[in-house]
Design a protein around this ligand. Structure first.
Ligand code: EPS
Length: 387
Protein backbone atom coordinates (compact mmCIF):
# COMPACT_ATOMS: atom_id res chain seq x y z
CA UNK A 1 0.00 0.00 0.00
CA UNK A 2 1.19 3.51 -0.64
CA UNK A 3 -0.11 7.06 -0.63
CA UNK A 4 0.66 10.60 -1.69
CA UNK A 5 -0.83 13.83 -0.38
CA UNK A 6 -1.10 17.21 -2.04
CA UNK A 7 -2.40 20.65 -1.11
CA UNK A 8 -1.45 23.81 0.76
CA UNK A 9 -2.56 25.00 4.18
CA UNK A 10 -4.44 27.99 2.71
CA UNK A 11 -5.15 26.45 -0.68
CA UNK A 12 -8.56 25.25 -1.84
CA UNK A 13 -8.27 21.65 -0.62
CA UNK A 14 -6.13 18.77 0.56
CA UNK A 15 -6.02 15.63 -1.54
CA UNK A 16 -4.71 12.10 -1.05
CA UNK A 17 -4.48 9.07 -3.29
CA UNK A 18 -4.21 5.75 -1.51
CA UNK A 19 -3.32 2.67 -3.49
CA UNK A 20 -3.37 -0.99 -2.52
CA UNK A 21 -6.32 -1.07 -0.13
CA UNK A 22 -8.15 -4.36 -0.67
CA UNK A 23 -11.63 -4.56 -2.15
CA UNK A 24 -14.74 -5.25 -0.09
CA UNK A 25 -13.68 -3.29 2.97
CA UNK A 26 -16.64 -1.47 4.49
CA UNK A 27 -15.65 2.16 4.96
CA UNK A 28 -17.54 4.44 7.28
CA UNK A 29 -17.39 8.09 6.31
CA UNK A 30 -18.69 8.91 9.77
CA UNK A 31 -15.73 7.15 11.41
CA UNK A 32 -13.29 9.01 9.18
CA UNK A 33 -14.86 12.35 10.09
CA UNK A 34 -14.75 11.41 13.76
CA UNK A 35 -10.98 10.88 13.50
CA UNK A 36 -10.53 14.18 11.66
CA UNK A 37 -12.52 15.86 14.44
CA UNK A 38 -10.27 14.32 17.11
CA UNK A 39 -7.23 15.89 15.42
CA UNK A 40 -8.85 19.31 15.47
CA UNK A 41 -9.47 19.28 19.19
CA UNK A 42 -7.14 19.71 22.14
CA UNK A 43 -6.39 22.55 24.50
CA UNK A 44 -3.93 25.09 23.08
CA UNK A 45 -5.08 25.18 19.46
CA UNK A 46 -5.48 28.57 17.77
CA UNK A 47 -8.26 30.30 15.84
CA UNK A 48 -7.84 28.34 12.62
CA UNK A 49 -9.47 25.28 14.16
CA UNK A 50 -12.65 27.29 14.70
CA UNK A 51 -12.73 28.10 10.99
CA UNK A 52 -12.28 24.53 9.76
CA UNK A 53 -14.61 21.59 10.22
CA UNK A 54 -12.69 18.92 8.38
CA UNK A 55 -15.01 16.68 6.38
CA UNK A 56 -13.95 13.86 4.10
CA UNK A 57 -15.11 13.44 0.52
CA UNK A 58 -14.50 10.18 -1.34
CA UNK A 59 -13.62 10.92 -4.96
CA UNK A 60 -12.60 7.48 -6.17
CA UNK A 61 -12.22 3.85 -5.17
CA UNK A 62 -15.29 3.65 -2.93
CA UNK A 63 -18.74 2.65 -4.09
CA UNK A 64 -21.83 2.20 -1.93
CA UNK A 65 -19.76 2.30 1.26
CA UNK A 66 -17.19 -0.30 0.15
CA UNK A 67 -13.77 -0.27 -1.41
CA UNK A 68 -13.50 -1.62 -4.96
CA UNK A 69 -9.72 -2.20 -4.95
CA UNK A 70 -9.15 0.88 -7.14
CA UNK A 71 -7.03 3.79 -5.81
CA UNK A 72 -8.97 5.74 -3.19
CA UNK A 73 -9.05 9.50 -3.63
CA UNK A 74 -9.77 11.57 -0.54
CA UNK A 75 -10.50 15.29 -0.45
CA UNK A 76 -10.86 17.73 2.45
CA UNK A 77 -11.78 21.29 1.51
CA UNK A 78 -10.28 24.26 3.39
CA UNK A 79 -13.04 26.57 4.63
CA UNK A 80 -10.42 29.31 5.06
CA UNK A 81 -9.82 29.30 1.29
CA UNK A 82 -12.43 32.02 0.80
CA UNK A 83 -10.08 34.46 2.58
CA UNK A 84 -7.06 33.31 0.56
CA UNK A 85 -8.27 32.97 -3.04
CA UNK A 86 -6.24 35.99 -4.26
CA UNK A 87 -3.19 35.21 -2.10
CA UNK A 88 -3.04 31.52 -2.96
CA UNK A 89 -4.77 31.29 -6.36
CA UNK A 90 -3.12 29.57 -9.32
CA UNK A 91 -3.60 32.65 -11.55
CA UNK A 92 -0.55 34.91 -12.04
CA UNK A 93 -0.42 38.22 -10.08
CA UNK A 94 2.15 41.04 -10.44
CA UNK A 95 5.48 40.52 -8.58
CA UNK A 96 4.98 43.55 -6.33
CA UNK A 97 1.28 42.96 -5.69
CA UNK A 98 0.13 43.55 -2.10
CA UNK A 99 -2.15 40.57 -2.50
CA UNK A 100 0.73 38.05 -2.45
CA UNK A 101 1.41 38.32 1.28
CA UNK A 102 5.02 37.59 0.50
CA UNK A 103 7.18 36.21 3.28
CA UNK A 104 10.75 37.51 3.31
CA UNK A 105 11.54 37.07 7.00
CA UNK A 106 12.13 33.38 7.74
CA UNK A 107 10.84 32.06 11.08
CA UNK A 108 13.48 30.20 13.12
CA UNK A 109 12.57 26.52 13.52
CA UNK A 110 10.49 26.34 10.33
CA UNK A 111 11.31 25.06 6.86
CA UNK A 112 11.15 28.68 5.57
CA UNK A 113 14.82 29.55 5.03
CA UNK A 114 16.35 26.24 3.96
CA UNK A 115 13.29 25.49 1.81
CA UNK A 116 13.48 28.96 0.23
CA UNK A 117 17.16 28.51 -0.60
CA UNK A 118 16.71 24.94 -1.85
CA UNK A 119 13.72 25.67 -4.13
CA UNK A 120 15.03 29.15 -5.05
CA UNK A 121 11.87 30.88 -3.83
CA UNK A 122 12.15 34.55 -2.86
CA UNK A 123 8.64 34.30 -1.38
CA UNK A 124 8.93 31.80 1.43
CA UNK A 125 5.13 31.46 1.55
CA UNK A 126 5.74 28.86 -1.16
CA UNK A 127 7.54 26.78 1.47
CA UNK A 128 5.38 27.54 4.51
CA UNK A 129 2.15 26.61 2.76
CA UNK A 130 3.25 23.03 2.21
CA UNK A 131 5.42 22.47 5.29
CA UNK A 132 2.49 23.49 7.54
CA UNK A 133 0.96 20.84 9.78
CA UNK A 134 -2.35 21.33 7.96
CA UNK A 135 -1.12 18.45 5.76
CA UNK A 136 -1.55 16.08 8.71
CA UNK A 137 -5.32 16.21 8.11
CA UNK A 138 -4.70 13.86 5.20
CA UNK A 139 -2.38 11.61 7.17
CA UNK A 140 -5.14 11.16 9.73
CA UNK A 141 -7.69 10.42 7.00
CA UNK A 142 -5.35 7.82 5.48
CA UNK A 143 -4.55 6.35 8.89
CA UNK A 144 -8.28 6.17 9.57
CA UNK A 145 -8.66 3.94 6.50
CA UNK A 146 -5.86 1.76 7.89
CA UNK A 147 -7.56 1.62 11.28
CA UNK A 148 -10.79 0.40 9.69
CA UNK A 149 -8.82 -2.36 7.95
CA UNK A 150 -7.02 -3.33 11.18
CA UNK A 151 -10.28 -3.27 13.17
CA UNK A 152 -11.60 -6.09 10.94
CA UNK A 153 -8.88 -8.25 12.53
CA UNK A 154 -9.42 -7.07 16.09
CA UNK A 155 -6.47 -4.66 16.11
CA UNK A 156 -7.08 -1.53 18.22
CA UNK A 157 -5.19 1.73 18.73
CA UNK A 158 -5.00 4.33 21.49
CA UNK A 159 -2.96 7.40 22.39
CA UNK A 160 -2.17 9.25 25.59
CA UNK A 161 -0.20 12.42 26.23
CA UNK A 162 2.62 11.87 28.74
CA UNK A 163 4.16 15.32 28.87
CA UNK A 164 3.46 18.92 27.96
CA UNK A 165 6.33 21.31 28.65
CA UNK A 166 7.65 20.45 32.10
CA UNK A 167 4.43 18.74 33.29
CA UNK A 168 4.49 14.92 33.29
CA UNK A 169 1.34 12.78 33.44
CA UNK A 170 1.29 9.34 35.06
CA UNK A 171 1.32 6.71 32.28
CA UNK A 172 -1.94 4.74 32.34
CA UNK A 173 -2.10 0.99 31.84
CA UNK A 174 -5.90 0.85 31.56
CA UNK A 175 -7.51 -1.64 29.15
CA UNK A 176 -7.42 -0.08 25.69
CA UNK A 177 -11.16 0.67 25.31
CA UNK A 178 -11.25 2.45 28.63
CA UNK A 179 -8.04 4.33 27.84
CA UNK A 180 -9.64 5.60 24.62
CA UNK A 181 -12.85 6.61 26.42
CA UNK A 182 -11.05 8.56 29.17
CA UNK A 183 -8.40 10.27 27.03
CA UNK A 184 -11.14 11.27 24.59
CA UNK A 185 -12.81 13.29 27.35
CA UNK A 186 -9.62 15.07 28.38
CA UNK A 187 -8.75 18.36 26.63
CA UNK A 188 -5.07 17.34 26.80
CA UNK A 189 -5.60 13.55 26.27
CA UNK A 190 -4.41 12.36 29.66
CA UNK A 191 -5.90 10.05 32.29
CA UNK A 192 -4.13 11.76 35.20
CA UNK A 193 -6.50 14.61 36.27
CA UNK A 194 -3.91 16.38 38.41
CA UNK A 195 -1.49 16.56 35.48
CA UNK A 196 -4.36 17.68 33.22
CA UNK A 197 -4.95 20.82 35.32
CA UNK A 198 -1.23 21.58 35.42
CA UNK A 199 -0.88 21.10 31.67
CA UNK A 200 -3.75 23.49 30.97
CA UNK A 201 -2.18 26.07 33.30
CA UNK A 202 1.20 25.62 31.57
CA UNK A 203 -0.42 26.19 28.14
CA UNK A 204 -2.19 29.33 29.43
CA UNK A 205 1.08 30.64 30.84
CA UNK A 206 2.98 30.00 27.59
CA UNK A 207 0.20 31.69 25.60
CA UNK A 208 0.29 34.76 27.86
CA UNK A 209 4.03 35.00 27.19
CA UNK A 210 3.57 34.65 23.41
CA UNK A 211 5.41 31.33 23.62
CA UNK A 212 4.72 27.69 22.70
CA UNK A 213 5.02 24.19 24.28
CA UNK A 214 5.97 20.72 23.05
CA UNK A 215 5.61 17.33 24.70
CA UNK A 216 5.61 13.54 24.56
CA UNK A 217 2.82 11.26 23.32
CA UNK A 218 2.46 7.47 23.49
CA UNK A 219 0.64 5.25 21.04
CA UNK A 220 -0.41 1.68 21.86
CA UNK A 221 -1.57 -0.87 19.28
CA UNK A 222 -3.13 -4.06 20.60
CA UNK A 223 -4.11 -7.31 18.94
CA UNK A 224 -1.19 -7.37 16.49
CA UNK A 225 -0.17 -10.91 15.46
CA UNK A 226 3.41 -12.14 15.88
CA UNK A 227 5.61 -11.70 12.79
CA UNK A 228 4.72 -8.39 11.11
CA UNK A 229 7.86 -6.81 9.64
CA UNK A 230 11.06 -8.80 9.11
CA UNK A 231 14.61 -9.16 10.40
CA UNK A 232 15.99 -10.07 6.96
CA UNK A 233 16.42 -6.60 5.43
CA UNK A 234 16.86 -3.13 6.97
CA UNK A 235 13.88 -1.57 5.25
CA UNK A 236 11.54 -4.37 6.25
CA UNK A 237 12.03 -3.82 9.98
CA UNK A 238 8.65 -2.52 11.12
CA UNK A 239 9.95 -0.63 14.17
CA UNK A 240 12.33 1.20 11.82
CA UNK A 241 9.51 2.11 9.48
CA UNK A 242 7.37 3.33 12.36
CA UNK A 243 10.28 5.47 13.59
CA UNK A 244 10.57 7.08 10.16
CA UNK A 245 6.84 7.72 10.00
CA UNK A 246 6.75 9.30 13.46
CA UNK A 247 9.71 11.61 12.87
CA UNK A 248 8.14 12.64 9.55
CA UNK A 249 5.29 14.30 11.47
CA UNK A 250 5.80 18.08 11.53
CA UNK A 251 7.78 19.13 14.65
CA UNK A 252 8.52 15.54 15.84
CA UNK A 253 12.16 15.12 16.85
CA UNK A 254 12.46 11.65 18.35
CA UNK A 255 10.91 8.27 18.90
CA UNK A 256 11.31 5.34 21.32
CA UNK A 257 9.79 1.90 21.81
CA UNK A 258 8.88 0.24 25.12
CA UNK A 259 11.23 1.42 27.84
CA UNK A 260 13.10 3.29 25.09
CA UNK A 261 16.10 5.39 26.08
CA UNK A 262 15.86 4.08 29.63
CA UNK A 263 17.37 0.81 28.32
CA UNK A 264 20.74 2.61 28.22
CA UNK A 265 20.98 2.77 32.00
CA UNK A 266 19.59 -0.67 32.88
CA UNK A 267 21.38 -4.01 32.88
CA UNK A 268 20.36 -6.54 30.25
CA UNK A 269 18.56 -8.67 32.82
CA UNK A 270 16.25 -5.70 33.51
CA UNK A 271 15.69 -4.91 29.85
CA UNK A 272 14.84 -8.14 28.00
CA UNK A 273 11.44 -9.78 28.32
CA UNK A 274 11.35 -13.38 29.58
CA UNK A 275 9.66 -15.87 27.28
CA UNK A 276 6.76 -17.93 28.69
CA UNK A 277 4.38 -20.54 27.32
CA UNK A 278 0.86 -21.59 28.27
CA UNK A 279 -1.25 -24.16 26.45
CA UNK A 280 -4.18 -21.84 25.68
CA UNK A 281 -2.14 -18.68 25.23
CA UNK A 282 0.88 -19.97 23.32
CA UNK A 283 4.19 -18.11 23.59
CA UNK A 284 4.19 -14.75 25.33
CA UNK A 285 6.53 -12.35 27.15
CA UNK A 286 6.42 -11.86 30.92
CA UNK A 287 6.90 -8.11 30.38
CA UNK A 288 6.80 -5.81 27.35
CA UNK A 289 9.83 -3.58 27.82
CA UNK A 290 10.66 -4.06 24.14
CA UNK A 291 7.42 -2.32 23.18
CA UNK A 292 6.25 -5.16 20.95
CA UNK A 293 9.33 -5.63 18.74
CA UNK A 294 12.28 -8.01 18.56
CA UNK A 295 14.40 -8.17 15.39
CA UNK A 296 12.20 -5.63 13.65
CA UNK A 297 9.22 -8.02 13.92
CA UNK A 298 6.17 -7.86 16.14
CA UNK A 299 6.29 -10.23 19.11
CA UNK A 300 2.52 -10.37 19.51
CA UNK A 301 2.70 -8.09 22.58
CA UNK A 302 1.19 -4.62 22.19
CA UNK A 303 3.20 -2.08 20.18
CA UNK A 304 4.18 0.76 22.53
CA UNK A 305 5.79 3.76 20.85
CA UNK A 306 6.44 7.29 22.04
CA UNK A 307 7.20 10.43 20.07
CA UNK A 308 8.56 13.79 21.17
CA UNK A 309 7.28 17.01 19.63
CA UNK A 310 9.22 20.24 19.83
CA UNK A 311 7.32 23.43 20.67
CA UNK A 312 5.67 24.97 17.59
CA UNK A 313 8.12 27.38 15.99
CA UNK A 314 5.65 30.17 15.18
CA UNK A 315 5.95 32.40 18.24
CA UNK A 316 3.81 35.48 18.84
CA UNK A 317 6.85 36.90 20.59
CA UNK A 318 8.96 36.19 17.54
CA UNK A 319 12.65 35.26 17.58
CA UNK A 320 15.33 37.30 15.80
CA UNK A 321 15.95 36.43 12.19
CA UNK A 322 17.42 37.95 9.02
CA UNK A 323 15.49 39.61 6.18
CA UNK A 324 16.37 37.81 2.93
CA UNK A 325 16.13 41.07 0.89
CA UNK A 326 18.13 43.50 3.06
CA UNK A 327 20.16 40.80 4.89
CA UNK A 328 19.52 42.82 8.04
CA UNK A 329 18.47 41.49 11.42
CA UNK A 330 14.71 41.55 12.02
CA UNK A 331 12.19 40.06 14.32
CA UNK A 332 10.71 37.16 12.33
CA UNK A 333 7.36 37.59 10.63
CA UNK A 334 4.40 36.70 12.81
CA UNK A 335 1.90 34.18 11.48
CA UNK A 336 -1.26 32.99 13.22
CA UNK A 337 -0.60 29.72 15.04
CA UNK A 338 -1.29 27.40 17.98
CA UNK A 339 0.27 27.58 21.46
CA UNK A 340 0.37 23.80 21.92
CA UNK A 341 -0.68 21.10 19.47
CA UNK A 342 0.58 18.09 21.45
CA UNK A 343 -2.90 16.52 22.02
CA UNK A 344 -3.63 16.83 18.27
CA UNK A 345 -0.17 15.52 17.40
CA UNK A 346 -0.95 12.42 19.46
CA UNK A 347 -3.91 11.69 17.18
CA UNK A 348 -1.70 12.20 14.12
CA UNK A 349 0.92 9.84 15.52
CA UNK A 350 -1.74 7.21 16.26
CA UNK A 351 -2.76 7.35 12.60
CA UNK A 352 0.68 7.27 11.02
CA UNK A 353 1.62 4.27 13.19
CA UNK A 354 -1.66 2.54 12.26
CA UNK A 355 -0.81 3.05 8.58
CA UNK A 356 2.63 1.44 8.97
CA UNK A 357 1.12 -1.53 10.81
CA UNK A 358 -1.61 -1.92 8.18
CA UNK A 359 0.98 -1.79 5.42
CA UNK A 360 3.04 -4.55 7.09
CA UNK A 361 -0.18 -6.50 7.66
CA UNK A 362 -0.96 -6.30 3.95
CA UNK A 363 2.57 -7.38 3.04
CA UNK A 364 2.15 -10.47 5.19
CA UNK A 365 -1.45 -11.44 4.43
CA UNK A 366 -1.83 -9.44 1.24
CA UNK A 367 -4.63 -10.19 -1.09
CA UNK A 368 -6.78 -8.18 -3.40
CA UNK A 369 -9.99 -8.68 -1.46
CA UNK A 370 -10.90 -8.81 2.22
CA UNK A 371 -11.98 -12.44 1.75
CA UNK A 372 -8.52 -13.43 0.48
CA UNK A 373 -6.79 -11.63 3.34
CA UNK A 374 -9.06 -13.30 5.89
CA UNK A 375 -8.19 -16.76 4.53
CA UNK A 376 -4.46 -16.00 4.63
CA UNK A 377 -4.74 -14.57 8.13
CA UNK A 378 -6.68 -17.53 9.51
CA UNK A 379 -4.24 -20.03 7.98
CA UNK A 380 -1.29 -18.19 9.49
CA UNK A 381 -2.90 -18.13 12.95
CA UNK A 382 -3.34 -21.92 12.68
CA UNK A 383 0.34 -22.29 11.77
CA UNK A 384 1.35 -20.11 14.75
CA UNK A 385 -0.86 -22.16 17.06
CA UNK A 386 0.82 -25.39 15.95
CA UNK A 387 4.37 -24.08 16.34
C1 EPS B 1 -0.02 25.92 11.24
C2 EPS B 1 -0.56 27.15 11.61
C3 EPS B 1 -2.01 27.29 11.94
C4 EPS B 1 -2.53 25.95 12.40
C5 EPS B 1 -2.24 24.95 11.29
C6 EPS B 1 -0.78 24.68 11.25
O1 EPS B 1 -2.77 27.61 10.79
P1 EPS B 1 -3.05 29.11 10.34
O2 EPS B 1 -1.71 29.61 9.90
O3 EPS B 1 -4.03 29.06 9.20
O4 EPS B 1 -3.60 29.79 11.55
O5 EPS B 1 -3.89 26.02 12.70
O6 EPS B 1 -2.89 23.76 11.51
C7 EPS B 1 -3.97 23.48 10.74
C8 EPS B 1 -4.56 24.32 9.89
C9 EPS B 1 -4.45 22.13 10.95
O7 EPS B 1 -5.43 21.72 10.32
O8 EPS B 1 -3.84 21.44 11.79
C10 EPS B 1 1.40 25.82 10.85
O9 EPS B 1 2.04 26.85 10.67
O10 EPS B 1 1.90 24.68 10.69
Amino acid sequence: MRYLTSGETHGPQLTAIVEGMPSNLDLSEEQLNEQLGRRQKGYGRGLRMQIEKDTIQFRGGVRHGRTTGAPITLVVENNDWKHWTKIMGAEPVPEDSEGRRRINRPRPGHADLNGGIKYNQRDMRNILERSSARETTMRVAIGALAKQLLAEFGIKTAVQVLRIGDVTAERSDLPIDELVRITEESPVRVVDKEAEAKMIAAIDAAKADGDTLGGVVEVVIEGVPVGLGSHVQWDRKLDGRIAQAVVSIQAFKGVEFGIGFEAAERRGSKVHDEIRYEQDRGFYRATNRAGGFEGGMTTGEPIVVRGVMKPISTLYKALPSVDIDTKEAFTAQIERSDTCAVPAAGVIMEHVVAWEVAQAFMEKFGGDSMEEIRTNYTNYLKQVEQY
